[in-house]
Design a protein around this ligand. Structure first.
Ligand code: WT7
Length: 636
């Protein structure tokens, strides 16, 4: 069997596959996994125990290298096929195309360079790079030699980078002089230097020349990328990995200040990203797939690097932003590269929808076949705009629900194959056994129901643990409803079994598609010497999906509140990153609290959302008067 034989071509195919995967998961996934190249075949498809200390193992005993599957396999049959089209920030004609053969050679070269400085299997390598082809090359070079990559989004601050380097114990850092973002440059090397002041595990820092701005240089530590690979062989044998060896760590925010390093392993992640990529997007061999995400997020890992490459696909990687130099940039790129699949985020769609549709109509978008959305619930207005103006009411839109933790898409329609329903992610993929649970832990048996989403059975790409903290993994994902995986989202289900994700049920807010824990932002605000306590909540925002509002209590009144608010915003920007800056900061004399002292975020959310008639009974609060005070402050 070939992987393509498991392509679902009709609703009936989907139903049959879903049934087969429930009835006999081992033979279902075993057959699919066998379409890949294994150096040693696996002897057990699945072993798991989700009661007590959660353990999930897929394809045990199997040995492989994911890059042999993503690169060498295709080089043998189709070396000159384009793997990657890179579109730079500036729209001049400087796009770069890398064929499978060229990509493999660059990966091997960089892998040899990593080996030369002593990187070996299991070492953590931190990648802090702009969206350039070298980021993909570095990711795959790590995987080639069995080093664990930890990509940190290049919009994160020095202290966020430092925290991730420290937590992962990375011994090498790969960065660049800087990155371009619209008309701005970001001084990545300076930020990295700052971060490294508090990281003692890093032995070498490799620096890519990209913006060509001058940078400070530490001779004992820094190496230029071009010197690093100079003269090295472009052949490097892949390290043979166990299916359950760690492939990468990727950090995501949690509800405490410390980010969670989600750990993904080789075999299951490869199988599921490839299978879901092929089926959700209905990718065909000559298609040009463009996901507008950054490789710093899981979307980039799974659907810009590993999933598409495992399938031998052609992917567009874009360094820029939708607004630069004008709001037609996305459509310009679609037309130029004859993009067939366009996968983006609701926040981008809402921002685009604010601008005249002439930005779209002046471009020939006839190459497009499939549109996709990811990152947060897509509201009806945004869905309709995407459908009307980009899809011309003809193209399927896949609404893909998943998480950093799930590794791949768990709930989505399959483009043109299973029914779509605006604002619904619709049906779980084969192998994904979803359930809705009420807050007492009862499984809701009615088809039509609303509750907390859970997954009852393992799928191959579930994150296996939190790096260095298996206990936290158990607590966060497996303790709410023992025996079930708990993603932290609420959902409702219609009579046809379609799921609509309603949003987070924990203290994580999705702002412009970025998953932000409110706790780390509060911690950062509380570092300000004038601040006693703070609470951060999300409220609806017509472009970002959610915006943040910070309620802040001060030790004593300030005569320059504007300055203080500015200081708080800068503090957040420096400790977490500009994406975490709250839209509104409100200085208050107290926060609504329960008698046990817990901040009532629900009330703060309602106040921020201007839903003051839905506060419910506030009389049981420790300090009910504060609610009126905040209401008054908000209307000033
Ligand atoms: C959270 C995960 C998956 C890659 C990007 C985000 C929300 C994601 C959808 C969707 C409704 C969605 C959920 C989820 N989310 N996709 N199609 N519909 N909500 O990954 O940063 O790990 O965030 O994003 O709340 O739990 P992430």
């Amino acid at each position: 069997m070939k992987l393509q034989d498991s392509k679902l071509n009709s609703l009936n195919d989907y139903k049959e596959a879903y049934k087969a995967a429930v009835e006999n998961p081992e033979s279902f996934w075993g057959e699919i996994a066998n379409t890949f190249e294994w150096n040693t075949p696996f002897n057990k498809v699945l072993e798991y125990d989700w009661n007590g200390e959660p353990k999930t193992e897929w394809f045990s005993g199997g040995k492989l290298n994911i890059t042999a599957n993503c690169l060498d396999r295709h080089v043998k049959t189709n070396p000159d096929k384009v793997a990657l089209i890179w579109e730079p920030n500036e729209p001049q004609d400087k796009a770069i195309k890398l064929t499978y053969k060229e990509l493999l050679e660059s990966v091997c070269k960089f892998a040899n360079a990593l080996k030369n400085i002593g990187v070996s299997k299991g070492d953590r390598v931190c990648l802090y790079l702009p969206m350039v082809p070298e980021l993909t090359i570095a990711v795959l070079a790590c995987a080639r030699i069995g080093a664990i990559h930890s990509v940190v989004f290049a919009g994160f601050s020095a202290s966020a980078l430092a925290a991730r380097i420290q937590d992962s114990g990375s011994s090498f850092l790969i960065t660049a002089d800087g990155g371009f973002r619209g008309d701005k440059t970001i001084p990545l090397k300076d930020i990295a230097d700052d971060a490294l002041k508090s990281c003692d595990t890093i032995k070498k820092c490799v620096v890519l020349q990209h913006t060509f701005e001058s940078v400070s240089w530490n001779k004992s530590m820094d190496l230029w990328w071009h010197d690093f690979i100079d003269g090295l062989s472009s052949v490097c044998a892949p390290e043979i990995m166990d299916s359950e060896d760690v492939l990468f760590i990727l950090y995501t925010s949690g509800s405490t200040g410390k980010p969670k390093g989600m750990v993904h392993t080789c075999g299951g992640y490869m199988v599921y990203t490839a299978y879901s990529f092929m089926n959700v997007f209905q990718y065909n061999q000559d298609d040009i797939f463009w996901c507008t995400a950054d490789i710093g997020w899981i979307t980039g890992h799974s659907y810009m690097v590993y999933g598409p490459l495992a399938l031998g696909a052609t992917s567009v990687h874009f360094e820029g932003v939708p607004s630069h130099p004008k709001w037609n940039r996305f459509w310009d790129v679609c037309e130029k590269h004859k993009v067939t699949h366009f996968y983006t985020a609701p926040t981008a769609i809402r921002a685009l929808a604010k601008h005249p549709t002439t930005h779209i109509t002046k471009h020939d978008l006839s190459s497009l076949k499939v549109l996709g959305s990811v990152g947060e619930p897509i509201n009806e207005e945004a869905w309709n705009w995407f459908d009307t103006y980009v899809g011309k009411n003809k193209l399927p839109i896949v609404d893909t629900w998943w998480q950093t933790e799930t590794g791949g898409i768990l709930i989505s329609n399959l483009a043109g194959v299973t029914p779509q329903k605006p604002t619904f992610a619709t049906l779980p993929l084969p192998g994904i056994q979803t359930a809705l649970i009420d807050d007492k832990g009862n499984v809701l048996m009615n088809k039509e129901a609303e509750g907390i989403l859970a997954v009852n059975f393992p799928w191959p790409s579930i994150a296996r643990t939190i790096w260095g903290d298996h206990k936290r993994y158990q607590e966060v994902y497996f303790s709410a409803f023992p025996g079930h995986y708990f993603p932290g989202d609420g959902a409702l289900r219609d009579l046809d079994g379609n799921y609509r994700i309603t949003g987070r049920v924990d203290d994580v807010v999705i702002v412009s598609g970025h998953n932000l824990g409110t706790a780390p932002i509060e911690n950062s605000i509380n570092e300000h010497p004038k601040v006693v306590e703070s609470a951060v909540v999300g409220y609806p925002h017509d472009i970002k999906g959610n915006a943040l509002m910070a309620y802040v209590i001060l030790y004593e009144a300030t005569n320059d509140p504007e300055l203080l608010i500015q200081e708080i915003r800068t503090l957040i920007s420096n400790t977490i990153g500009p994406i975490a800056k709250p839209d509104r900061v409100l200085i208050v004399s107290g926060l609504p609290k329960t008698r046990s002292g817990k901040i009532m975020r629900r009330i703060l959310r309602k106040l921020a959302s201007n839903e003051t008639d839905q506060l419910g009974d506030v009389s049981t609060l420790l300090n009910p008067d504060i609610v009126d005070e905040i209401k008054r402050e908000l209307t000033i």
